[in-house]
Write a protein that binds this ligand. Structure first.
Ligand SMILES: [Zn+2]
Length: 399
């Protein structure tokens, strides 16, 4: 009988590869090309061709590779190679070199999400050796952490292909639970331009801080309305769309009526809501205030600019994709499989909305450790993911 698991153990181990990947500082602000060059070298040593899809100034790239028969849909394993910064965090270990301690593997990106990428790459020799009837695609992206930016170029390139993957597994950390949905997100900056004057003459100025404050309160009212009246969607810790203002800057001195104030806010929306609708309502509210502002000065303004946006993921609970991936986790029959729940976004919404690829999130480690100092992944999570890859290879091979 063909045993994919044994092949897994022959190539470089997941641990060796994870050590390599963590050694590259791929904070989103930096280039990921050195890491990608290493991955390309590794893949080519195992006879796998890969393609890089670059950003505009060719400082970063996505990677796409196919193992197994060409011209068939296949299963795409997707991960981002960038990480959040360590700046301002108190690490007690070197963030960009793997350290092992008591069953835990420490390093920036260990959980989010170089652990998954390492396991997928370690399984490549087994994929190559297996008689695959259905191909496995590797899709590695850049600039995920700054709003799923990089993967959009990969999606455009996949759109050109005659046959698209039939299933996408995003290996973000879910402790290997199958997750079929997450919220979408829209973040925007609001900039209010008022009219300055001496504070003793306040009624002759246009106070930008006051106008920004009114918009912030309006957003807070929208947030409360959703909390009380919905719409609601089960399966989330926060079962409605949340709206939140994060930072505000405005004014220069107490004795000057401020002519400038800006703030950033976000909406994390459930499937029933389109955050662009909130944006349109905010615009209407801003226009009401603007008419008031223009009575004093025509040059006043309120700009609303989207700073990042990605769609939510919502894969039907009765989909074949869930049954298939649940089996790979080694958990009970698909009907019994409990779906996991995550409070963060992934590139999955883009794959499923832009390309209609059934998409699920399932990967090793936990986001409890992601983005934090002394980020780690448990060795046993890596082992569970190795078993998952072994089952995937078996399911896609000729018996
Ligand atoms: Zn991530």
């Amino acid at each position: 009988m063909h045993n994919a698991m044994n092949h897994c153990l022959k190539g470089a181990s997941s641990l060796d590869i994870l050590r390599q990947l963590i050694g590259f500082d791929t904070t989103s602000a930096r280039s990921n090309l050195a890491l990608m060059a290493w991955v390309q070298g590794y893949l080519s040593r195992h006879g796998v061709k890969s393609e890089l899809i670059f950003n505009e100034d060719e400082t970063k790239a996505n990677l796409y590779a196919t193992i197994g028969p060409a011209g068939r849909a296949g299963v795409m394993l997707s991960g981002h190679t960038d990480t959040v910064p360590v700046t301002g965090q108190h690490w007690t270990r070197p963030p960009h070199s793997l350290s092992e301690d008591n069953g835990r593997l420490y390093g920036r990106g260990s959980a989010d999400m170089k652990g998954f990428i390492a396991v997928a790459l370690a399984a490549v020799p087994a994929m190559q050796a297996a008689p695959l009837h259905t191909p496995i695609h590797l899709a590695l992206s850049y600039d995920e952490e700054i709003g799923c930016v990089g993967v959009r170029r990969l999606i455009e390139s996949l759109r050109q292909q005659p046959i698209k993957p039939g299933l996408c597994i995003i290996g973000e950390p879910t402790r290997m639970q199958v997750v079929n949905k997450h919220k979408g997100k829209l973040a925007a900056r609001v900039t209010v331009r008022g009219k300055a004057c001496h504070s003793g003459m306040a009624p002759e100025g246009v106070n930008a801080v006051n106008h920004a404050a009114r918009l912030i309160v309006w957003l807070e009212q929208q947030a409360k309305k959703r909390q009380q009246q919905g719409p609601f969607e089960a399966g989330y810790d926060i079962p409605f769309s949340s709206i939140h203002t994060g930072t505000v800057q405005g004014g220069t001195a107490l004795n000057i009526v401020p002519d400038h104030c800006s703030f950033v806010f976000e909406m994390r929306n459930i499937a029933a809501e389109d955050p662009r609708d909130l944006l349109a309502e905010l615009r209407t509210q801003a226009d009401v205030q603007l008419r008031e502002m223009h009575q004093l000065d025509d040059s006043c303004g309120i700009d609303i600019d989207i700073t990042s946006e990605y769609p939510g993921l919502s894969t039907a609970e009765d989909s074949e994709a869930i049954a298939f991936v649940s089996q790979l986790t080694g958990r009970p029959a698909p009907g019994d499989a409990r779906l996991g729940n995550i409070n963060f976004g992934t590139e999955g919404g883009l794959f499923s909305q832009a390309l209609q690829i059934p998409t699920l999130v399932c990967g090793p480690g936990s986001m409890d450790q992601g983005h934090k100092p002394d980020e780690f992944i448990e060795q046993c999570q890596i082992e569970q993911c190795q078993a998952f890859m072994g089952r995937l290879i078996e399911r896609l091979s000729i018996p």
